[in-house]
Design a binder for this molecule. Structure first.
Ligand SMILES: [Fe+2]
Ligand SMILES: [Fe+2]
Length: 192
């Protein structure tokens, strides 16, 4: 089990030259911890996942792929659009630094795409990454929604991300497409 302070140090050593990203990271951690406490889960896990989620964001694709290959197959990463690869290298980087808690690793892994049937920790990081207050776009309502209905916040974010990606003709991950269908069904009263 790794401590919040260790995760903070580790992330800072990768991001100290990227002030905006570090600021984003600290805001993600703060919101993720508040959500974790609100929903009665271990805020240390939320903090560790929050600190490490973008730690490898500025690595070259080559470096990302090399750390990824130690833990994940080529098949596994073939469906991940390039802008989301930093999540896979982030999870691999966390593993290589002693993070063994599977739920923390999965939260890092799916933070940009989401997926269907996310765990509470996955949803918390997914929402905190998008709705933290330093983000430029309008997201205050989503942060508020997250404290009332976390699944609705997840659904709103998936919709926002999809329309952004479509507008920019960017590749949409199959995980996101499945997640959108799943949470849409949930919003329509479907079974979890
Ligand atoms: Fe990210
Ligand atoms: Fe992020």
């Amino acid at each position: 089990m790794i401590e919040e302070s260790f995760a903070k140090q580790l992330a800072y050593s990768e991001l100290e030259e990227h002030k905006i990203r570090w600021n984003h990271t600290e805001h993600v951690v703060a919101l993720a911890k508040r959500l974790a406490i609100h929903y009665g889960m271990d805020s240390r896990k939320a903090a560790v996942a929050g600190y490490l989620h973008d730690a490898t964001k500025y690595w070259s694709i080559k470096k990302m792929k090399s750390v990824i290959s130690a833990y994940y197959s080529n098949d596994f990463i073939s469906s991940w659009p390039e802008p989301t690869l930093h999540a896979v290298s982030g999870a691999a980087f966390a593993r290589s630094n002693g993070v063994e808690e599977e739920d923390v690793l999965l939260a890092i892994l799916f933070h940009p795409t989401g997926r269907k049937q996310m765990s509470l920790l996955e949803k918390i990081l997914f929402v905190a990454d998008y709705a933290e207050e330093s983000r430029a776009f309008e997201n205050k309502d989503i942060a508020k929604t997250a404290f009332v209905d976390l699944d609705k916040a997840v659904y709103d974010i998936l919709q926002g991300k999809m329309s952004h990606l479509s507008r920019h003709s960017e590749k949409i991950s199959s995980n996101s497409l499945e997640a959108l269908a799943y949470y849409q069904n949930l919003m329509n009263g479907g079974m979890e």
